[in-house]
Design a protein around this ligand. Structure first.
Ligand code: TYM
Length: 337
């Protein structure tokens, strides 16, 4: 197969560990919705990835449904996208093992996210956390996905997916796996921490004031933006004027992503504005966009059986795509079936 013969297919996923943040929404979910309809789209709740760090079993089930509710509330439609949770399709773990035997230890050692997460504790983290990027490659390549929308922090993992595909193809003299493209576009592919513009906004940051959670109420969102770190300068009239002002740049980018425009357009609109004007406008915009999603998530979470039904149905459809690809992989490797 040449690369152009792979059917365009989108795959992406979110870990159900803790709640969803504005970073997950702008860097991932909102962009997932934008790709829906244009081609085949598959969005997964990657529960097997979540347990690379211990999760309370009850909370894991809850968080899995909550990510699914976030998908649905933000506009993913199970009749247009395949929505499912990873552990329901055992082929992810099976292909993950094959890729553990393809990927090299040296490649894993270069993964910056592992280094950040493991820190000085690298000897004590789970083996799963270390092997995680090879399972992520399996998630993607199990469906021969050609495009993977992710935030900036996942770019290295998608590049590793390409390395694994290339090494597999080379080692087995085949062109079975595609060279997947990461899709990292728009103004908010790296939403930063509200208290420190050099760090990514994440669900696991120390203080809740550093992030906006999808389920935060209007008052809390307003308070968090009001207290967000900035500098004393007003907004400049060009984006260049935001160089060296990471906190200011972050708020402008968030505004742009929430209002479906560019950061340039926001700067033009707010040139010369002080934070006393910009922050309340940003908070109003965020509440306007997030409150309906959060309300809908609450409604959906009241009927967990319906979420489970949607995920089970999506898993059945996912399995139909995965099974022939896994079977062929086993055959290529020489495993008797
Ligand atoms: P996870 O669960 O950490 O994050 C899910 C998605 O949200 C994006 N994201 C952000 N984007 C912009 N700014 C931020 N502050 C921010 N925080 C998170 C992430 O880039 C990601 O797109 N390994 C993945 C999950 C995964 C996956 C996959 C993704 C597993 N298998 C296959 C794509 C394809 C992860 O931990 O994402």
């Amino acid at each position: 197969m040449t690369q152009s013969q792979f059917t365009p297919r989108v795959f992406s996923g979110i870990k159900p560990s803790g709640g969803l943040t504005l970073g997950n929404y702008l860097g991932a979910i909102k962009r997932f919705v934008g790709m829906q309809g244009a081609m085949e789209t598959m969005y997964c709740v990657v529960d097997l990835h979540a347990i690379t760090v211990w999760q309370d079993p009850k909370e894991l089930s809850h968080a899995t449904r909550e990510v699914a509710a976030g998908y649905l509330a933000a506009g993913l439609d199970p009749s247009q996208s395949i929505l499912f949770n990873q552990s329901r399709v055992s082929a992810h773990a099976e292909l993950g093992w094959i890729f553990n035997c393809v990927a090299r230890v040296g490649w894993m050692n270069r993964m910056t996210q592992f280094k950040d997460k493991a820190g000085s504790n690298a000897e004590k983290v789970s083996l799963g956390l270390y092997a995680y990027p090879s399972l992520m490659a399996a998630d993607i390549l199990l469906y021969h996905a050609t495009q993977v929308p992710v935030g900036e922090d996942q770019k290295q993992h998608v590049e590793l997916t390409r390395d694994i595909a290339a090494k597999f193809n080379h080692d087995y003299k085949t062109d079975f796996f595609p060279m997947t493209e990461p899709v990292i576009d728009g103004p908010a592919t790296r939403v930063m921490n509200l208290r420190d513009g050099s760090k990514k906004m994440s669900k696991s940051g120390e203080s809740d004031m550093e992030r906006i959670n999808m389920r935060d109420g209007a008052d809390l969102i307003a308070k968090k933006f009001k207290k967000a770190k900035t500098d004393p300068e007003p907004l400049p009239d060009t984006l260049d004027g935001l160089k060296g002002r990471p906190e200011a740049r972050n708020l402008v980018d968030i505004y742009a992503a929430l209002s479906d425009t560019t950061s340039e357009a926001v700067i033009t609109e707010y040139a010369g504005a002080g934070w006393g004007r910009f922050k309340p406008a940003l908070a109003d915009l965020a509440v306007d966009r997030l409150a309906p999603i959060s309300d809908e998530m609450t409604r959906l979470m009241d009927d967990p059986a319906e979420i489970d039904r949607i995920l089970a149905d999506g898993a059945e459809r996912a399995r139909k795509i995965a099974e022939p690809i896994l079977s062929r992989t086993y055959e290529i490797v020489g495993l008797l079936r």
